[in-house]
Design a protein around this ligand. Structure first.
Ligand SMILES: C[S@@+](CC[C@H](N)C(=O)[O-])C[C@H]1O[C@@H](n2cnc3c(N)ncnc32)[C@H](O)[C@@H]1O
Length: 289
């Protein structure tokens, strides 16, 4: 079993007021954020959004969401803090090791038939997923003819991703994940340990382009053989999920692969019939038309 990612435990719900008024304040605040900064959280799943807004309000010493809205409008640094709260960057190397086993077995053989592979890793957070994928592709002899486009809405997490420096304390867990993910070598060959940090090999990001991209607002920017978007859409409401599925459908070539998180699915979306299941548990799909 993968170790639980403790930051995913939601903060305590704290909304002391009339639900209708609270709903109005949330809508106005999200509209204000969108119009002032261009970040569109208007279609994020309500329950977790509400908890995170209240957490930020209390942290800023505010008693209402309207007060928080005023601060957000006038103080970009407060917006940065809210962005961190809302964008939930929890991740890990070889998170869900069984996903990587399935990827090796069911996706890698198809990638060997392509002269060149383009992979979009959407919502990559601080990059652990990207480094994991790069390691897998190197071990499978695919990395040299692959380009990975790694995107996230949050520029701060992308800066960490570009550096590839992760806490040394995490390496024990990541080594276990790597082994269970079918890793073929000694995991420590991929990083240099210095003090309390692990610097991952720069060769792992030679073929990676990191870029800011907002799945809610930005368009497709290429045609891909594989799109990996794990543990991102779980925070979106149905309408936004369908919007992102439409974006992915348009961005995948025919027979392209779509990989979602364990709690995400293509079922009950307008695109369910346009893909076939390659692995039900691991939520790996292949576009068929
Ligand atoms: C929980 S992390 C998932 C990281 C990684 N995919 C994994 O499974 O470990 C979710 C990421 O989605 C990003 N995200 C949230 N909303 C987004 C949006 N509208 N567009 C792009 N990325 C978004 C967040 O910034 C965060 O880094």
């Amino acid at each position: 079993m993968a170790l639980p990612l403790e930051e995913e435990v939601p903060p305590a719900a704290v909304s002391p007021q009339d639900p209708e008024l609270e709903q109005l304040e949330i809508e106005l605040l999200l509209e204000a954020v969108y119009r002032r900064y261009g970040f569109d959280f208007r279609q994020y799943a309500q329950a977790s959004l509400k908890r995170r807004l209240w957490r930020r309000a209390y942290a800023e010493g505010m008693k209402t969401l309207t007060e928080l809205q005023a601060r957000l409008l006038h103080d970009p640094a407060c917006m940065e803090r809210l962005l961190v709260d809302l964008s939930i960057n929890v991740t890990a190397m070889f998170r869900d090791p069984s996903f990587y086993v399935a990827f090796r077995e069911k996706v890698v053989p198809a990638l060997h038939t392509y002269p060149f592979t383009r992979i979009w890793c959407a919502g990559c957070s601080t990059g652990e997923e990207v480094y994991s994928l790069a390691i897998l592709l190197q071990e499978e002899g695919l990395y040299d003819h692959t380009r990975i486009y790694a995107t996230d809405i949050n520029e701060n997490v992308l800066a960490t991703a570009r550096e590839g420096v992760f806490p040394l304390t995490k390496m024990q867990q990541y080594t276990q994940n790597y082994i269970r993910a079918g890793g073929k070598h000694d995991f420590s060959r991929y990083y240099l340990a210095a003090y309390d940090a692990a610097q991952f090999s720069r060769s792992l990001v030679d073929n990676v382009v990191f870029a800011q991209h907002n799945l809610a607002m930005d368009r497709s920017f290429n045609e891909f053989n594989v799109i990996i978007c794990r543990n991102v859409m779980i925070y979106f409401d149905k309408t936004l999920q369908n919007h992102v599925h439409s974006l992915f459908y348009d961005s995948l070539e025919t027979f392209g692969i779509l990989a979602l998180g364990h709690k995400e699915s293509l079922s009950f979306t307008p695109f369910a019939s346009r893909y076939e299941l390659l692995d039900e548990t691991e939520r790996i799909y292949r576009k068929t038309d």
